[in-house]
Every structure is written in structure tokens, then in C-alpha cells.
Design a protein around this ligand. Structure first.
Ligand code: ATR
Length: 273
């Protein structure tokens, strides 16, 4: 019998997860299908219980459901610390995971850059920043979280300090912070379409040993990444975070390593249309 997977969220029309997972299932010859459903937070519990009862293979969650899910599923320690669940597995009850940070980690490691022991500067203190900060701190990086609203950076850094090294600050001396960093990660919305000229930093702020990762993937090459290339730094595009977080969910559900290339192609085609 065909196994059903799904992503729940609201809005959900633009989700690229169905493209990505259906392409992987097809490539591997698996009798599985993946759909997107609009679900409001108040209905999440019912929808997850129904998915479980119907034998769904797994569910992804996106905005605005990731935090709500913590009240419903049995979340693993990382998802609990992050305060958000993006992957639900039904093999053993209703288990919750967060694969966003692992997605970012794989983007950087695939470029041959080591996370453990490196100085990582994360700009922004929203949901994406939380996921990446907890994951990278757990992996042994020294984290600095810099945010426009300094208080939010300080609060997040204090929480992250429970699992590793982290400090928080404002954006006043971003250039000085970048000079001391091995990896710079943009977790703000700066540079996102239509504000494609905005950027947290320019080439003058960077150095050639820096790796710059931008979670913004629309446009695929942001102004920040262009500036990184200008400075001779390594530029890592954010679209792969989407692919790798999906790949990690796929592994949790099926125990199989999905075809990354096929998933990436499906996402890029989805972004074009
Ligand atoms: P997400 O959950 O996707 O990470 P978010 O919670 O909306 O997104 O967080 C957006 C981040 O971008 C925040 O850290 C925000 O800074 P504030 O906490 O000060 O609001 C940051 N951000 C948005 N616009 C910005 C700007 N023009 N300059 C600097 N930071 C900005």
C-alpha cells in the first residue's frame, strides 16, 4: 500500500517540500507520496492524530506550527531546546525532531569547513537562528549571536549556553566581530526578495578565511554572498539548507539516505516556476 507523507503549515501553497520528497521517492522507486496541507495551530493535534491513525509515514511542520507541536509530540532533546519541531515520525508513538540546524551544519561541512572549535557569528535571533545556534553549539563551535534587538541576542545566548559556548551582543561592531570569526551566518531577512540590495555586511567587512552562509535563498545568490566572493571568502548558498533539512527528515522516516542531487534539482525547478 502506498505510504503517505505530508507537510502542514499556513500558508503552505509555496512549500517546496512536496517537489523535493516526491522526486526522491520516484528516484528510489518507493511507493510513497508527499502532500502539502493547510493546517491552523488549533487543528494541529487532530491532524497529527489522524495522520498517525491513517498510517502516514511522517509529517513535516512549518510556520506557524513548529512551536505548537512541542505541546503535542514527544520531542527529542534538541527540538525541545530549540523550542520547535519540524519533523514528526510515527514509528514509535509520535516523535518530534528539528532538522533545520542539521541542515545548516551539512551545508557548511559539505564545503569542507569544520564546525567544531570554530568561531561562528550568527546574525539574527529568530527561529532559524535558534535552530542553528543550538546545533552548532552542541557540535563544539564558539557561538556569537548578534542581533539588532540586543536583548533577544542576550536571551538566546544564555539559553544556548546550556549546551555549549555562546555569547550575545548588538550589531554595533559587526566588522570587529567578523574579523574574529571563521564562519558568518545570516539569519535575518536582509537581502531577501524584493530587498535584494540590503545586506548585513559588505566585502570590506570580510576576510578571505571567512565562510559566509546565508539562509536567505530567494535570490539564490544574495548580495551578502556576492560580497563574500568579492572578499575572497567562501560563499555557501542557503538553498541547500532546505534540501538537507528535508534529507534528514527523509532519513528519520525511512532509514535511507535520499538522493541529494535529485532533491536539489526539484527545489531549484520549484523556485523557478
Ligand atoms: P525567522 O524565524 O525566520 O528566523 P524572525 O523571527 O522574523 O525570522 O527573525 C528575523 C530576524 O531578522 C530577527 O533577528 C530580526 O531582528 P530583531 O530581533 O531586531 O527584529 C532580524 N532583522 C529583520 N530585519 C532586520 C534589519 N533591517 N536589520 C537587522 N536585523 C533585522
Amino acid at each position: 500500500m502506498r505510504t503517505v507523507f505530508a507537510v502542514y503549515g499556513d500558508p503552505i501553497e509555496h512549500s517546496l517540500s512536496p517537489n523535493m520528497h516526491n522526486a526522491a521517492f520516484k528516484e528510489l522507486g518507493m511507493d510513497c507520496t508527499y502532500h502539502a496541507y493547510r493546517v491552523k495551530p488549533a487543528r494541529l493535534r487532530d491532524k497529527l492524530l489522524r495522520a498517525q491513525a491513517m498510517g502516514f509515514g511522517g509529517v513535516n511542520l512549518t510556520v506557524p506550527l513548529k512551536q505548537e507541536a512541542l505541546k503535542i509530540v514527544d520531542a527529542d532533546p534538541l527540538a525541545t531546546a530549540i523550542g520547535a519541531v519540524n519533523t514528526v515520525d510515527f514509528k514509535d508513538g509520535m516523535r518530534g525532531y528539528n532538522t533545520d540546524g542539521i541542515g545548516a551544519k551539512r551545508c557548511i561541512e559539505e564545503e569542507g569547513v569544520q564546525i567544531s572549535g570554530s568561531n561562528v557569528l550568527i546574525v539574527g535571533a529568530g527561529g532559524a537562528s535558534r535552530a542553528i545556534a543550538f546545533q552548532f553549539a552542541k557540535d563544539g563551535a564558539n557561538i556569537t549571536i548578534a542581533n539588532r534587538t540586543e536583548e533577544k541576542a542576550l536571551e538566546l545566548a544564555e539559553e544556548v549556553s546550556d549546551v555549549g559556548n555562546a555569547k550575545g551582543c548588538g550589531l554595533d561592531d559587526l566588522r570587529g566581530l567578523i574579523a574574529d570569526s571563521d564562519i558568518l551566518i545570516n539569519c535575518t531577512t536582509l537581502g531577501m526578495h524584493p530587498n535584494v540590495e540590503s545586506t548585513i555586511a559588505t566585502a570590506e567587512d570580510m576576510h578571505p578565511k571567512l565562510t559566509v552562509f546565508d539562509i536567505v535563498y530567494n535570490p539564490l545568490e544574495t548580495r551578502l554572498l556576492k560580497e563574500a566572493k568579492k572578499a575572497g571568502a567562501k560563499a555557501v548558498p542557503g538553498v541547500m539548507m532546505l534540501v538537507y533539512q528535508g534529507a534528514e527528515a527523509f532519513k528519520i522516516w525511512t532509514g535511507m539516505e535520499p538522493p541529494i542531487y535529485v532533491m536539489k534539482k526539484a527545489v531549484l525547478e520549484g523556485l523557478k516556476s
